[in-house]
Design a protein around this ligand. Structure first.
Ligand code: ATR
Length: 524
């Protein structure tokens, strides 16, 4: 095993006041209405953060008069920011009163730099020589910022270069990616400006990877916030909680040798994969990180994967079929079913596998306590990617199956591959189930998330003799499974299958065996 796989628990030296060290710092944005409230929040998260940003635009008018006291109260390097509405802030007053507030924060600076703001954030279209002069005189570094809350500019590199005015200013660009192609632009611009001291951020759900991979971007700071602590939904900006960034993503351990993995899908609201992999990489001492990538275009995801050197990914709904055209090598299963849920970068390109199949059959056979499905008559509900994997395994383990699907043509296509029966999800289909009901396997997305109150086979009456499996793992018992359990059926949810298929993905990703059994919380 090469060294780059080892996880280094070393943490950076204590941060010196106002001095940039060569590692992205975690900044906590404080958006309380009083300084005292901001300090209370800081105390709860102090051990996870290197620096705080006082968002003075969130303070009440009375409290704004006291901003000068804040650095001493906080005892940690502070950024002073008074953000205008157009840049996503809450400062409604005129530009002159905003400048006055910034001046108050910097005024009467002391010889002891710990009592001054370490940084002041000034927009790149603001030019107030008096403030800039005061900041420089008292050792407060200027962060020269540009915001685009509505999209991602093409010329981020030029914006960063043009924003810089005087030698020691740090330039900052915060833009709102609308797709992963916009995130590619951010990473490219970061590469083109390696010589600049900068902060670079992608706002919103697509930008999450820019916050976790701040060090890769050469960004001096990554911003975090505490959910529920502000009257603005900071989470909507894609900011992570500092504890989540530090513990879940092990931010301080991310370095040049860290291997990046992730999951591509949409909407990715209900996934346990980041919990499983990040916890497992930690317990296995592997220097790797696993990120969620909300994907609206699989092509954009593959371009980002190249840009950031992604080593492998889990592929989920709705891209398991679309990703196949990007593969240089396909496993037999992927070739047969056309569905791929695991990609791994190798020298000749992407290799594609499907771990749903093995996860499913191991889970079901273990539950039944049998070696095969010989003599079992089985209904498979659904004809999508997961149903393909399930059908293949049922066939391999010598079961006989009926495939029911909302769109009958898909049921037919899948059934014909394995010489199974097929029907639509209607009264005829439910009547046919009576002859294929030793085991019922539910593979559709009905029962999760927005369809949590639905049951795709609600017209079917369980006798109580069936074994019923639902591949959905959240909720732990779908409506369909609850109904089956109430009728006396043996039921199994999708959590065990999820863990088994994720462990197989781990083997493909790392080419090593698991030495421990990490089991994430069952709630995404
Ligand atoms: P996966 O890879 O998770 O299987 P998929 O390939 O998109 O995802 O397949 C989703 C399956 O859920 C399909 O069988 C789909 O039925 P259609 O082929 O008719 O689209 C099924 N499905 C999704 N929503 C459904 C609903 N509301 N009622 C019944 N079946 C549904």
């Amino acid at each position: 095993m090469s060294n780059c796989w080892r996880y280094s628990p070393e943490l950076p030296e204590d941060i010196e006041y106002g001095i940039i060290i060569n590692m992205a710092k975690i900044c906590l944005c404080l958006t309380g209405s009083t300084l005292q409230r901001d300090i209370e929040v800081l105390e709860k998260y102090r051990k996870f953060v290197d620096i705080v940003e006082l968002r003075a635009d969130y303070l009440t008018p009375d409290e704004r008069l006291l901003v000068r006291r804040f650095p001493e109260m906080a005892g940690i390097p502070c950024i002073l920011t008074v953000r205008r509405e157009i840049d996503g802030g809450l400062f409604h007053g005129g530009e002159w009163s905003r400048i006055k507030l910034i001046s108050m924060g910097l005024a009467f600076a002391e010889a002891d730099r710990r009592r001054n703001f370490a940084y002041v954030d000034l927009e790149n279209d603001l030019s107030v020589p008096g403030i800039e002069e005061a900041a420089r005189t008292f050792g407060t570094r200027i962060i020269r910022s540009y915001h685009n809350m509505n999209g991602t500019d093409d010329g981020i590199t030029e914006i960063l270069r043009k924003s810089k005015r005087i030698g020691d200013e740090i330039v900052k660009v915060a833009v709102a990616p609308r797709s992963l192609d916009d995130v590619v632009k951010i990473f490219r611009s970061a590469r083109e400006t390696e010589d600049l001291e900068k902060i670079i951020i992608g706002i919103g759900e697509f930008g999450l990877c820019t916050r976790v991979l701040a060090d890769r971007l050469g960004s001096q700071i990554t911003y975090t916030s505490v959910k529920g602590e502000s009257n603005m939904p900071m989470a909507a900006l894609g900011q992570l909680d500092p504890k989540e960034l530090s513990e879940f993503y092990r931010f301080k351990s991310i370095n040049e040798g860290t291997t990046i993995f992730g999951i591509a899908g949409f909407p990715l609201k209900v996934t346990l994969s980041p919990s499983f992999f990040n916890a497992t990489f930690g317990t296995e001492s592997i220097n790797a990180i696993y990120l969620p990538f909300p994907v609206v275009s699989i092509g954009a995801f593959m371009r980002l994967a190249d840009e950031i050197g992604l080593k492998g990914a889990s592929i989920t709904v709705p891209y398991k079929e679309a990703v196949v055209s990007y593969l240089a090598q396909k496993s037999d299963h992927v070739r047969l079913t056309g569905a791929c849920n695991t990609i791994v970068r190798e020298e000749d390109g992407w290799h594609g596998y499907n771990t749903d199949a093995m996860g499913f059959s191991n889970s079901l056979l273990n539950f039944l306590g049998t070696k095969d499905l010989k003599g079992k008559r089985i209904t498979i509900v659904g004809a999508g990617g997961v149903a393909h994997a399930v059908a293949e395994e049922v066939h391999r383990f010598r079961g006989k199956a009926l495939i029911l699907n909302r769109t009958p043509i898909r049921a037919r296509e899948l059934a014909e591959t394995f010489d199974f029966k097929w029907a639509a999800l209607d009264t005829v289909g439910f009547a046919r189930m009576e002859k294929y009901n030793d085991i019922i396997i539910q593979t559709t997305s009905v029962g999760m998330d927005s369809q949590i109150d639905s049951d795709p086979i609600e017209m079917y009456k369980f006798s109580g003799k069936e074994t019923v499996m639902d591949v959905i793992y959240y909720p732990q018992q779908t409506k369909c499974l609850k109904r089956a359990a109430a009728a006396g059926c043996r039921v199994i949810g999708g959590y065990d299958m999820f863990i088994r298929q994720a462990q197989e993905q781990f083997r493909f990703f790392t080419k090593q065996e698991l030495s421990t059994q990490a089991a994430p919380n069952r709630t995404p």
